[in-house]
Ligand binder design. Structure first.
Ligand code: NAD
Ligand code: TDX
Length: 334
């Protein structure tokens, strides 16, 4: 099987490539990645000899078309992925997430290639803290940010291309991922690397916002389950029952790293900050038989802290510029 992995030099895509190389010797992997600030060759270290890396833009049909033509399946991870960046400058999100997905869909339509679309639970908007509801495959779309609205738009393009053109596609909407090789702009790696640097973690607003955490390997095992056994045209939600509020995450990181649990700052809140995400993944579990392998979030977090301690060469080059950018908009409020 020849598989085209877009965004394979980013966080989730590179972990997908490592998992694939380790568990599927029969799969030939080509990565298409524009190597933006979020893409890193170092994320593919150790699998370079099994993977072809093509540097290019998913919105460029002249690059995408021949790569899709020679593939048996496309897994589309490439995106502009950070909410804070989308508030600062939304245009790259429209271009990559919408035009990029359109370009891939046209190519898989032309060449009749199986397509799996990676998306997020943020397309459903947010839930109140005391709402017993969780997102399901039938929850109406209600995105809040430029990031989540462009992801929502890309999902709708996929649904239309399935219905109107018979494209053989599946979609997955996953909750917040954590694990190795996540950019230090994101919540968990930002705080771990701050603590390593002797800087106090930064909590947005009151810190009571809830995210539903899943280890990136559990996400990627679910993606393979859907590629193998998912019904064409269907959407599957991926989540591991990992709801935790941000304050608890920061306190866990501080404790696991041997610091006082209250040794953090509250900073300016994110505009439009979604309150809570929660996934009901019953469909994926009952229809396709997937279950997460990581037992507890705290164990996964401890392993992730170890990874950042052991791989400073990987994250150090991006740390200073990331914090400089945050410093321009965020101030300590408590
Ligand atoms: P990331 O920002 O770490 O990686 C994105 C990758 O895409 C980078 O390697 C980047 O260079 C590449 N890229 C960006 N624009 C491109 C373009 N125009 N052409 C080709 N490559 C381009 O993101 P991530 O966290 O790994 O997210 C991957 C996917 O998973 C995204 O589609 C995201 O919406 C989705 N997702 C992420 C999470 C999460 O918690 N991180 C949760 C659910 C879904
Ligand atoms: O320094 C911080 N302090 C803080 O309190 C940062 C960077 C974030 N936060 C908060 C904001 C969120 O409530 O932590 C939570 C997680 O923030 P992010 O890591 O920016 O993730 P989020 O906005 O929830 O989106 C993530 O999950 C869904 C990914 O970035 C998306 O790509 C994915 O679709």
């Amino acid at each position: 099987m020849r598989i085209l992995v877009t965004g394979g030099a980013g966080f989730i895509g590179s972990n997908f490539v490592h998992l694939t190389v380790a568990t599927r010797p029969d799969v030939e992997v080509t990565v298409l990645d524009a190597m933006t600030y979020a893409g890193s060759r170092a994320s593919l270290a150790g699998v370079d000899d099994r993977v072809r890396l093509v540097e290019g833009d998913v919105a460029d049909a002249s690059v995408v078309d021949p790569l899709v033509r020679e593939s048996d399946a496309v897994v589309h991870f490439a995106a502009e992925s950070h909410n804070d960046n989308s508030l600062d400058d939304p245009w790259p999100f429209v271009q990559t997430n919408l035009v990029g997905t359109f370009t891939l869909l046209e190519a898989v339509r032309r060449h009749d290639v199986r397509y799996h679309h990676i998306s997020t639970d943020e397309v459903y908007g947010d839930l109140e803290l005391d709402d017993p509801a969780r997102f399901t495959e039938t929850t109406p779309y209600n995105p809040s940010s430029p990031y989540s609205s462009t992801k929502a738009g890309s999902d709708l393009l996929v649904r239309a291309w399935v219905r109107s053109f018979g494209v053989a596609a599946t979609i997955s909407n996953c909750s917040n991922n954590y694990g190795p090789r996540q950019h230090v702009e994101k919540f968990i790696p930002r705080q771990i690397t701050n603590v390593i640097d002797g800087v106090r973690p930064k909590l947005y607003g009151d810190g009571l916002n809830v995210r539903d955490w899943i280890h990136v390997d559990d996400h990627n095992r679910a993606v393979w389950t859907i590629i193998d056994r998912g019904a064409i045209g269907e959407t599957y939600l991926i989540g591991a029952d990992g709801e935790v509020d941000n304050k608890t995450v920061v306190r866990d990181i501080l404790e696991l790293m041997g610091r006082g649990a209250d040794d953090y700052d509250h900073v300016t809140d994110r505009p439009g900050h979604d309150r809570r995400y929660a996934i009901d993944s019953t469909r994926l579990r009952t229809e396709l038989g997937w279950t997460p392998e990581f037992g507890s979030f705290r164990d996964g977090l401890a392993a992730t802290i170890e990874w950042y301690r052991d791989n400073e060469d990987w994250w150090r080059p991006m740390k200073a510029a990331t914090e400089e950018k945050y410093a321009a908009t965020q101030t300590v409020v408590a």
